[in-house]
Structure formats: structure tokens, C-alpha cells
Ligand binder design. Structure first.
Ligand SMILES: [Zn+2]
Length: 214
């Protein structure tokens, strides 16, 4: 959860207090609410909601201790993470044109370079680059990112200008705590990530792929 989840969390917490007949003075209530929020901060609001529902449904009527609620919330988080399906959409015709134009631009640049002697670039490397670009096809389907800032990678590209030189750098995206796509992908080993992405792609119905837009 992030600070933006404080209000919806308060609603979940209050509901559970009523369901468990957890009666406190207003001061105790305020302190407990903050304590529970902080304890549960590394799981998503959805997982907190799912675990609260479970406590209300299956609990013995006692209000949960922080550690118990956290354990259940983590279990619910795991379920949510593993059931998340990345979404795909068709490229619009403008996007396809832009992609094709960029590809042509790179090919044209490489062609020009074949007439130059570029320091450090051998003919073999140039030929490799050529065939690599020619193999790139204009995609028909692209991912729909939950977070456009980091494209669900959890990292935002930035630059580091310390020392007077501009260097590429990256910083953690604040979406990590709440982004189901990031959590789902980050929880898998690398080889498994590719398989899951492929499956998700294949499972998108053709109709959705055609009509799915932004
Ligand atoms: Zn992000």
C-alpha cells in the first residue's frame, strides 16, 4: 500500500472492527489503525481487502494480531500475483507507421555507414547489425502497461549528472508496491517469466486483440 491507500485502508479496518466487535477508544483506534497500516504496507490494498474478507468469513470472531493479518495478507498477495494476466492490445495504424518509419531510419543509417570507415566498427559487426534490424518485424500486438513510467519493469530510466558527465541511470519506480504486473513478473524466475508472457499473449482472445485499444 502507498499513502494514497490510507483512506480506503481505514474503511477496511473499520469494517473489520465492526465485524469483530473490536471496541476501542478513539485514541486507541487511531493508534491501532496507523500500526496496522504500517505493518501491512508491503502488500497491496487488494491483498489487504481479500485477507480482511477472509478474517471476517473464517475467523473466530477475534480481531487479528498484526502478524496474523500480515501472514494472511501475504498469502492473498501471492494468489493475486500468480493469477495476474498481462494485457495486450493491437497496435493502431499510426503506431505501426511510426514503428516502421523508425525501423527504416535505422536501416538507412546503417546503409550510409557502410560507405564510411568507422573507428572500432568492423564490417562483420556492421553486417550483424544490418541483419538484426532487418529481422525486426512491425509488431501487431503490444503490452498494455499498468504503469507507463516504468513499463512494469519497476525501474525508471533517469540520468546521473554527478561529476559533470551525463550517464544513464535508473531508479526504483514507486509503483512497485501496488503494480500487480510488476509483482507478478518480479516473483518469477527469469525463464518462467518468458513462458508466462508467451502464455498470456496466446490466451488473449482474437476479438479482444482486434478491438482492444487504449
Ligand atoms: Zn512503475
Amino acid at each position: 500500500m502507498t499513502t494514497a491507500d490510507k483512506k480506503p485502508f481505514a474503511a477496511i479496518y473499520n469494517t473489520l472492527c465492526v465485524q469483530s466487535q473490536h471496541r476501542l477508544t478513539p485514541q486507541q483506534h487511531a493508534i491501532e489503525e496507523v500500526t496496522y497500516f504500517n505493518t501491512l504496507s508491503d502488500v497491496s490494498l487488494d491483498a489487504v481487502q481479500a485477507s480482511a474478507d477472509r478474517i471476517a468469513r473464517e475467523g473466530d470472531g477475534w480481531f487479528p494480531k498484526t502478524a496474523h493479518w500480515l501472514m494472511l495478507a501475504r498469502e492473498e498477495q501471492k494468489k493475486l500475483d500468480s493469477s495476474y494476466q498481462p494485457q495486450r492490445r493491437m497496435l493502431t495504424s499510426d503506431e505501426r507507421k511510426a514503428f516502421a518509419a523508425r525501423r527504416e531510419g535505422v536501416i538507412a543509417k546503417l546503409r550510409r555507414r557502410t560507405g564510411e570507415i568507422v573507428k572500432g566498427i568492423t564490417w562483420a559487426r556492421l553486417a550483424d547489425a544490418f541483419s538484426a534490424v532487418e529481422k525486426i518485424q512491425v509488431p501487431t500486438v503490444v503490452p498494455v502497461y499498468v504503469c507507463s513510467r516504468c513499463e512494469d519493469s519497476g525501474w525508471i530510466k533517469t540520468t546521473d549528472t554527478r561529476g559533470g558527465v551525463t550517464l544513464p541511470a535508473s531508479e526504483m519506480c514507486p509503483c512497485r508496491a501496488t503494480n500487480p504486473a510488476f509483482r507478478a513478473i518480479a516473483s518469477l524466475p527469469v525463464t518462467e517469466r518468458t513462458r508466462v508472457e508467451q502464455q498470456a499473449f496466446e490466451s488473449v482472445p482474437a476479438q479482444k486483440q482486434i478491438t482492444g485499444g487504449e
